[in-house]
Design a protein around this ligand. Structure first.
Ligand code: ADP
Ligand code: MG
Length: 276
């Protein structure tokens, strides 16, 4: 009887230990999992090299800042990932599988550098219309849209025409649209450009919230204060080449600087950067 009890406790402990190992393995795999990988991407426009062998690795759960001067190649990289630009060579992977843009689009949310909106719709109508591309509209959808408008600070303006919106409001609406189908990865091209300080702060909070909800965020920017505030990982691009990829804090230390902006300027001049 006593032996049976000991055996029972033993099996229970072994069982619990196995569950722990499975959960731990799943957890460690999840945080290190590769979300987007780019290998040796090259693109030339009329003999001008725009991308000169880009390598990138965005991991699940990261807020990843893709930084570089105007003309460095950020938008061309993003457009290549999305299939809007055809690269000359190179490979791209989504979650370790070769990137298939037709399937990939359902898993990503995208905000272009210059987002265009149907100005004669209200914010709520626009999001409802956008959602209808993915799924049938139900009562639950309407709740989801109301929640989303609240999350991006447009609750009060949900029934206003988009043509009455400020740049910041449009940008927040663009973020709401990009996450409407609950994508795993958000790709944003210069989301902070043209926003005032309050608008930038609001957008930073939205991106942090989206990341907390489990979304991986990859965005290009030359607003380096914002990048330093929210990105744990960065990639710096100079003239179509990756100069640094890794922890933001390590880059600042490596360049003996106090801020990302200072580090970026030093790194740019050290890499022999020329005027663009
Ligand atoms: N459609 C295009 N036709 C010709 N040149 C282009 C085109 N798109 C981008 N380029 C050039 O490619 C380089 C990289 O541009 P881009 O990717 O837009 O830079 P970034 O987004 O970093 O400002 C620039 O020299 C730009 O002029
Ligand atoms: Mg650009």
């Amino acid at each position: 009887m006593k032996n049976q009890k000991i055996e029972g406790v033993m099996y229970k402990s072994i069982g619990e230990f196995c569950i722990y190992v499975i959960k731990f393995t799943k957890y460690t795999k999840a945080i290190g999992e590769c979300m987007l990988k780019i290998d040796n991407l090259k693109k030339t426009f009329n003999k001008k090299i725009a991308l000169d062998g880009i390598n990138l690795n965005v991991k699940k759960g990261e807020v990843f800042g893709f930084i570089g001067r105007n003309g460095a190649g950020k938008s061309t990289t993003i457009k290549s990932v999305l299939g809007f630009v055809f690269p000359d060579s190179g490979e791209m992977f989504f979650k370790d599988e070769p990137l298939d843009q037709s399937k990939f689009r359902e898993s990503i949310g995208y905000l272009p550098e210059i987002a265009k909106f149907p100005e004669k719709l209200t914010a709520k109508e626009f999001l409802t219309y956008s959602y209808s591309f993915y799924k049938k509209i139900t009562g639950a959808t309407r709740d989801k849209i109301s929640q989303l408008l609240e999350d991006v600070g447009l609750k009060e303006s949900k029934n206003k025409l988009i043509n009455t919106f400020s740049k910041g409001m449009k940008q927040r609406l663009g973020i709401a649209q990009s996450v409407i189908h609950d994508p795993e990865l958000l790709i944003l091209d210069e989301p902070f450009t043209g926003l005032d300080p309050v608008g930038k702060d609001g957008l930073k909070k939205i991106l942090i919230d989206q990341n907390k909800e489990g979304k991986t965020i990859f965005f290009s920017s030359h607003n380096l204060t914002e990048v330093q505030d929210i990105c744990s990982v960065i990639c710096t691009l100079h003239n179509g080449k990756v100069v640094y990829q890794g922890a933001t804090s390590d880059f600042i230390k490596e360049q003996s600087s106090n801020s990302l902006e200072e580090a970026f300027i030093k790194s740019y001049s050290r890499s022999g950067g020329k005027d663009v």
